[in-house]
Every structure is written in structure tokens, then in C-alpha cells.
Write a protein that binds this ligand. Structure first.
Ligand code: NAD
Length: 499
């Protein structure tokens, strides 16, 4: 290791020098909440207060929406030449890359994920996402309808106006840019509310967007709580569309807010309970086991499409589960700032208790705890949990049905393909599914039969920005990523011309 290789000590040193932005960003300026209130932003790494962040409520949301509306109606962004908007977003992508270490550090301190993931996954993928939508801007065409010789019809796509963006804490920057980038690309103005657990990268993103040349008021950031800032955006009469990632429970609130206010459009990316199916003919059981462990322990299991239900054919279950547990041993909870750490801290004490509660429930309901099952690094002051594997889980158990959102794997067995698919679909969720098999017809049958927005065959959580992502059933509706994401931030206008 040479002197320039980052170490725990060098990251700690950088963390001590960090200048954290902790205010709202409204109309191009960093401002405190109108009420003067702020809240503790606690690092799950050690339970210490990182900073106090502006606690926005309805008054701040009003100001942010007004700024967004002004910028939208003035045309300062949406009426810029596509080439000019593209240049701004390309600059933003470059600034994200140039500030990668700072953004990664903020993300890790704020929500507890390992610094190696923030640096190698969250930040570069966020930059790539912004770049992708920037490059799309001057390649989008409208349509001419087949209207016959005496007339001409144009089918035009228009931006919607003011978009509310409410996002969760598990991939704070990435979930924000999945929405912010396409919504900006087509000319909307935005009010972004990050989760109260992890507001720091969103504020910095807003600042970098200004630096990139985005006009003031086009991207406003209002940190605050769900019941106050989130609800105020959801119920606002001048927000045209609300795009949300988070729990199914809160997704339903946004439907209600919309119905009780201005019928704003709603797009929801909600929870999941991904079945990870292993057939006895899988070509490479070692690779499947490695992916099964990574699929639940990556990001501390705080992943909407985490492979939380392992469905294994009963003939190979013991052999396969032993491999999963062996691979799971490399997922040791550690200090998120240590570059060697693969599994960090859970986001806060509430989530920590929630996950431990599910582990207790699994045991009470008769599942067999094979490894883990307890808090870890308890002397750190942070919120760590051992990688946990349950065997003997039946489909009706709580840990087979509810989204745990932690490093807890529930193993179920099946005897036939039909039974595997039935169990896979036996959930309110439909975000993703995976299957390992050499049999192409079984693989394709899984793709057709399992109700999920993504189906992975002989891989897990694969894909890139070019493929749509989102759910069926109570995992929500609307898609992030790919050019399809642009559809929800625009609407069609028909123009009929008599010649
Ligand atoms: P959450 O639903 O509690 O919070 C998400 C956001 O909604 C936060 O910004 C929060 O402040 C806000 N919010 C909370 N209560 C609100 C209310 N009453 N009114 C308005 N806004 C409110 O979710 P979370 O705990 O932050 O994140 C975990 C959830 O996110 C999991 O269910 C996970 O599956 C889901 N998720 C889904 C995807 C996906 O793409 N489908 C991706 C990541 C996370």
C-alpha cells in the first residue's frame, strides 16, 4: 500500500475537515428553514451528531414550489436550446465525478454504507445517470400522426411543470439523480426532499447543479421530515407531479395526498421482497451462492430489490445453504470509513431495532436461525447487525412476507417449478426476481410467470442505466432509468392542422 492509498485514518482526517452544507437550497440560495428549526443529523457509524440540518416545513415548501414555478413559467430552463441544457447536465455529471470523494464521504457518514461502495458504486453511477440523460436531450423527437392528405397532426411531448421528488435514505444520491436527471432533461423545475436520515448529498447536488449552470430555482432542495416537508409537497396545489421512492406505506399516502389536493400525477417506486430461486440444475452453484449472499448483505440489506427470500429446491438446499453461509462470512460489519469494510451500519437506531425485531419474530414463529441474529460492534455507538440467515422458513411467516430492509435472509424450499413460482408470487410486492437454471424453458417461464418489474436469469441485480427499473403490484408503478423514465415527466399534446 503506497502513501496515497486511502486508509481509515486518511478518511477520518478528511471527514474532520469536511465543510457540510446543512441548509435548504431555495431559488439558488442556501437558506435556513423559515421557522429557524433544525434537526440533528446523526451518523449511524458511531451515533454522533454530524451537523444540524434545516428542518423545512410547509412554508419552506411553498417558497421552493414558488421558485420552481417562476423558473418554469419564465422558460429560463425549459426554453433553452436542447444543446444548452445538455451542456449544463454534462457539466453536472463532470462535477459529480470531480467531487466524488467528498460526495462519497458525505454519503457514508450520513447513512452508514461502506466508503468503498459510495466511492465505487453510488457516486460514479450517479454521474453516469446524469450523463445518460444529458446525452438524450438532443436526440428526442416528437411524432407526426397518420392524419391523411387534408390535415397534419403533431404529437408533441411537453414537460409537466413543477415536479416534487421525495426519496429514501438507502441510496440517497443515486435515488435522487434517477429522478432529478430525467425530470430536468425534459425541462421541468423541481423540489427535491431527501430523507431526514440522509439529506447531505442532495443539498450538495443542488449546489453542484448551480455551479454547472442550472438557473436558480430550477432545482430546489428542502430537507425535512416526511410528515411535514414530504406531506406539504404531496398536498401542494401547485406541484404537477410527484415522483417517490420509499416504502409502500408512504407511497399510499402520496396517492391519498394527490386525491385530496390537485390530482397531481404520482409515480411510486416502493418496497420489495425479491425471490431468489435456485433450481437443482443451476450451472454454477458457487456463483449462485456468492450472489445470494451479496444479494442480501450488500448495502446492509437496505436495498429495495434485496434477494431477501431464498427459494431453493429441496434436493440441494443443505449443500447450497452451507455455501451461502460460507460466502456470508466475508460480509463482516465494520467501520464504514475503513476501505476494507464490505458491510457498514444500518441507517439509524429505529431501523436497527426494527430489523432486530424481525429477527426475534422469525425465531418466535419457528424459523431456524443458522447464523447471525444479533447486533454487532456494540461498543462503536453505531447501528450494526450481523449478517443473518434463517432456514426452515414457510411462506406464511412474517419474515417471508414483510420487507425487513436489513441483512436478514429467509430460506424456503420447493419441490417443483410450479411451487417455486407460486411461492415467488405469494407476496404483495413485485419489484424483482432471480432464477438460476440451465433450462431455458424454465428460465423463460419464470420471466413470464413471476410478477416483477425485473427478472434476472443466472445473475442477480444486473443491468444498467439503459434498462427500466420499477415494480408491479404494491412495489409501485412508473419506471426509473432508461428513456422510458422520460415518459412520466412529460405529457402528450396533440396538435391538428387543417391544410
Ligand atoms: P420511507 O417511505 O419511510 O421514506 C421515504 C421518503 O418519504 C423520505 O423522504 C421520508 O421523509 C418521506 N416520508 C415519510 N413519511 C412521509 C409522509 N407521511 N408523508 C410524506 N413523505 C413521507 O422509506 P425509507 O425508510 O426512507 O426507505 C426504505 C423504503 O424505500 C423501503 O421500503 C425500500 O424498499 C424503498 N425503496 C424502493 C426503491 C425502488 O426503486 N423501488 C429503491 C430504494 C428504496
Amino acid at each position: 500500500m503506497d502513501a496515497s492509498t486511502p486508509t481509515l485514518a486518511s478518511w477520518e482526517e478528511r471527514a474532520a475537515r469536511l465543510q457540510i452544507r446543512n441548509q435548504a437550497l431555495i431559488d439558488g440560495r442556501l437558506v435556513p428553514a423559515a421557522s429557524g428549526k433544525s434537526f440533528d443529523d446523526i451518523s449511524p457509524r458511531d451515533g454522533r451528531v454530524l451537523t444540524r440540518v434545516a428542518s423545512c416545513d410547509a412554508e419552506d415548501v411553498d417558497r421552493a414550489v414558488a421558485a420552481a414555478r417562476r423558473s418554469f413559467e419564465s422558460g429560463v430552463w425549459r426554453e433553452q436550446h436542447p444543446r444548452a441544457r445538455k451542456a449544463v447536465l454534462l457539466t453536472l455529471a463532470r462535477l459529480i465525478e470531480e467531487n466524488a470523494e467528498e460526495l462519497a464521504l458525505l454519503e457514508t457518514l450520513d447513512m452508514g454504507k461502506p466508503i468503498r461502495d459510495s466511492l465505487n458504486i453510488d457516486v460514479p453511477l450517479s454521474a453516469r445517470c446524469v450523463q445518460y440523460y444529458a446525452e438524450a436531450i438532443d436526440k428526442l423527437y416528437d411524432q407526426v400522426g397518420p392524419s391523411g392528405p387534408g390535415s397534419m397532426s403533431l404529437i408533441l411531448r411537453e414537460p409537466l411543470g413543477v415536479i416534487g421528488v421525495v426519496v429514501p435514505w438507502n441510496f440517497p444520491l443515486m435515488m435522487a439523480v434517477w429522478k432529478v436527471a430525467p425530470a430536468l432533461a425534459v425541462g421541468n423545475s423541481l423540489v427535491l426532499k431527501p430523507a431526514e436520515q440522509s439529506p447531505l448529498t442532495a443539498i450538495r447536488l443542488g449546489e453542484l447543479a448551480l455551479e454547472a449552470g442550472l438557473p436558480p430555482g430550477v432545482l430546489n432542495v428542502v430537507p425535512g421530515f416526511g410528515e411535514t416537508a414530504g406531506q406539504a409537497i404531496g398536498r401542494h396545489m401547485d406541484v404537477d407531479m410527484l415522483t417517490f421512492t420509499g416504502s409502500t406505506e408512504v407511497g399510499k399516502y402520496f396517492m391519498r395526498y394527490s386525491g385530496e389536493s390537485n390530482l397531481k400525477r404520482v409515480s411510486l417506486e416502493c418496497g420489495g421482497k425479491t425471490p431468489h430461486i435456485v433450481m437443482p440444475d443451476a450451472a454454477d452453484l458457487d456463483r449462485a451462492a456468492q450472489e445470494a449472499a451479496g444479494g442480501i448483505f450488500f448495502n446492509q440489506g437496505e436495498v429495495c430489490n434485496a434477494g431477501s427470500r431464498l427459494l431453493v429446491h429441496e434436493s440441494i438446499k443443505d449443500e447450497f445453504l452451507a455455501k451461502v453461509i460460507a460466502y456470508g462470512r466475508s460480509w463482516v460489519p465494520g467501520d464504514p470509513l475503513d476501505p476494507a469494510t464490505r458491510m457498514g451500519a444500518l441507517v439509524d437506531s429505529r431501523q436497527h431495532e426494527r430489523v432486530l425485531g424481525y429477527i426475534a419474530k422469525g425465531q418466535q414463529e419457528g424459523a431456524e436461525l443458522k447464523c447471525g441474529g444479533a447486533a454487532a460492534r456494540t461498543d462503536s455507538g453505531g447501528y450494526y447487525i450481523q449478517p443473518t440467515v434463517f432456514d426452515g422458513v414457510s411462506p406464511g411467516m412474517t419474515i417471508a412476507q414483510e420487507e425487513i430492509f436489513g441483512p436478514v435472509l429467509s430460506t424456503l424450499t420447493f419441490r417443483s417449478t410450479e411451487e417455486a413460482f407460486r411461492i415467488a408470487n405469494d407476496t404483495i410486492y413485485g419489484l424483482a426476481a432471480a432464477i438460476w437454471t440451465k433450462d431455458i424453458s424454465v428460465a423463460m417461464k419464470a420471466a413470464k410467470t413471476i410478477k416483477a418489474g425485473s427478472v434476472w436469469i443466472n445473475c442477480f441485480d444486473a443491468g444498467d442505466i439503459t434498462t427500466p427499473f420499477g415494480g408491479f403490484k404494491q412495489s409501485g408503478f412508473g419506471r426509473d432509468k432508461s428513456l422510458h423514465a422520460l415518459e412520466k415527466y412529460t405529457d402528450l399534446k396533440s396538435v391538428w392542422i387543417e391544410l
